[in-house]
Ligand binder design. Structure first.
Ligand code: IVH
Length: 374
C-alpha cells in the first residue's frame, strides 16, 4: 500500500524537524527541545516508515541507527588524493617552512589558517546534490574503505546539507574522533562486558568506524570535524581556506570554532603556544596544530611533493610528561631467564594511554636514578 499524500507531507515535516534538532544538538551544541521530545518525533517517523517502507529513504533521520551488517568493506578510489602532512617539531623548523613558502611565493608575509591537529582518522564525505552518498576512510591516500553505512550513524554528519550555493558534487574531508568522555564511557562499557579496553581514543575511533555492523558504530559516540574539501564539481567554492570552512559551516557541516587566521610565523607560534597551554583542557585529544596557507591561489602555486602539500605543515607537540608514584619494584623473569626490575606505578594517563609499569632496566640504572618505592 502506498502512503497517502498527507502521510508523505508529515514524513517530510518530521525529516526536516529531526535534521534541524540533530544539527542543533550535535553540531551547534545548542538544543531547542528535550531528548524526550526528540525521541517522540523519531518514533513517530519510525512508525510511519515501518508502515510505508517507501518513506525510508537514505537521508532519513532514522538511518542513524545502522543498517544490515556487511560481509566486508568495498574499496573507494579517491579521485583527488588524500594527502598527509609534513611535521615540524621546533619553532625553527616552522620558521624554515614559512621561509620556503615566502620564497616560492615571492611574498614578504603570508597568512595562514591555524587549526588544532585532531588525533583521530581522516574521512572523506561525498555529497551529491546535497545528499550524503558515500563516506570513505583515507586508506593509503589513493584507495580507502567504503564506510558509508557507519558514517550515516554519526549524528554530527549531516545526511543532507542545508542552505544554498552547494556544488552538485562536493567532497568534504575531516577527522573522525572520540572525545575523552566518549572514550572513557566506551572503555567502562567494554570492562563491564568483560572485553579488552581500547588503548587510546584514536584506536577506539578507528575500531568503532571500521565495524561491519553499523548498528555497533551507532552505539559509539563518534564525532567529526571537517577541515577541507576534495573533489568539487558543478559549482565553485570561496577562494580562501577560511571562507571555505565558513561555507561548510553554513551548510551544517561541523567545523571547529577556534580556527584562526594568523599572520606570518609569529602568528603561528602564538597559536601553537596557546594550544600547548590549552591542550589538557580540551574535550578531545590533539597531537599538535596545523597551519595552512589561506589563499587558494597561493596553495595552487605551491603545489605538493609526493604525499604532502607544500602549503601546510603540522607543528607537533612534544611528548607528554606526567608525574606518578612508584608503588613498588618487582623483578620480572623473562622467557630466557633474564631478570628485569619493573616499577609498579600509581596509574597515570599520559599520551593517550594509562601507564601502570615502567621498566627500570637493571640495578645500575635504579642506583643512578635513585628510584625507590614511594
Ligand atoms: S589537513 C592537505 N587538517 O592529520 C592536508 N589534517 O598527519 C591534509 N589531521 O591525514 C590534512 N587534524 O587525518 C588536516 N586540521 C587538520 C587535521 C588533520 C588532524 C590529520 C589527518 C591527516 C593527518 C596528517
Amino acid at each position: 500500500m502506498s502512503a497517502p499524500e498527507s502521510v508523505h507531507r508529515r514524513a517530510r515535516e518530521l525529516h526536516q524537524q529531526l535534521h534541524e534538532h540533530n544539527y542543533r544538538y550535535y553540531t551547534k551544541d545548542d538544543p531547542l527541545i528535550s531528548d524526550a521530545e526528540y525521541d517522540q518525533l523519531l518514533r513517530e517517523l519510525q512508525t510511519l516508515e515501518s508502515k510505508y517502507p517507501e518513506l525510508d529513504t537514505p537521508d532519513s533521520p532514522t538511518r542513524r541507527v545502522g543498517a544490515a551488517p556487511l560481509k566486508g568493506f568495498g574499496e573507494v578510489r579517491h579521485e583527488v588524493r588524500m594527502l598527509s602532512l609534513d611535521n615540524s617539531f621546533t619553532d625553527d623548523e616552522l620558521a624554515d617552512f614559512d621561509r620556503r613558502v615566502r620564497e616560492r611565493l615571492g611574498e614578504g608575509k603570508v597568512e595562514y589558517a591555524a587549526e588544532p591537529k585532531l588525533d583521530g582518522l581522516a574521512v572523506s564525505l561525498l555529497y551529491q546534490h546535497g545528499q550524503l552518498v558515500r563516506a570513505a576512510t583515507r586508506g593509503d591516500g589513493e584507495t580507502g574503505e567504503n564506510v558509508t553505512e557507519n558514517v550515516r550513524t554519526m549524528a554530527s554528519v549531516p545526511l543532507k546539507l542545508a542552505g544554498s550555493g552547494i556544488p552538485d558534487e562536493l567532497e568534504v574531508r575531516g577527522e573522525v574522533y572520540l572525545s575523552h568522555a566518549g572514550f572513557e564511557a566506551l572503555n567502562r562499557q567494554a570492562e563491564a562486558e568483560g572485553q579488552k579496553p581500547f588503548v587510546n581514543p584514536r584506536n577506539a575511533a578507528a575500531g568503532s568506524l571500521r565495524q561491519l555492523d553499523s548498528a555497533i558504530t551507532a552505539q559509539r559516540p563518534l564525532e567529526m570535524f571537517c577541515y577541507g574539501v576534495g573533489k568539487v564539481s558543478g559549482g565553485t567554492l570561496a577562494n580562501t581556506h577560511m571562507d571555505i570552512l565558513a561555507q561548510l559551516q553554513q551548510w551544517h557541516l561541523r567545523v571547529y570554532d577556534d580556527i584562526r587566521l594568523v599572520s606570518g610565523v609569529e602568528g603561528c607560534v602564538s597559536y601553537y603556544q596557546r594550544y600547548l597551554q590549552q591542550r589538557q583542557r580540551l574535550p578531545f585529544e590533539i597531537d599538535g596544530v596545523v597551519f595552512k596557507v589561506n589563499r587558494l591561489d597561493q596553495q595552487e602555486k605551491l603545489g605538493f611533493v609526493s604525499r604532502a602539500p607544500r602549503w601546510a605543515i603540522a607543528r607537533k607537540f612534544p611528548a607528554e610528561e606526567r608525574e606518578s608514584t612508584v608503588l613498588g619494584i618487582d623483578i620480572q623473569v623473562g622467557r630466557t631467564g633474564a631478570l628485569t626490575p619493573v616499577a609498579r606505578l600509581e596509574p597515570v594517563f599520559v599520551g593517550g594511554v594509562t601507564v601502570t609499569n615502567a621498566t627500570l632496566h637493571n640495578e645500575d640504572e635504579i642506583r643512578r636514578k635513585d628510584v625507590r618505592s614511594g
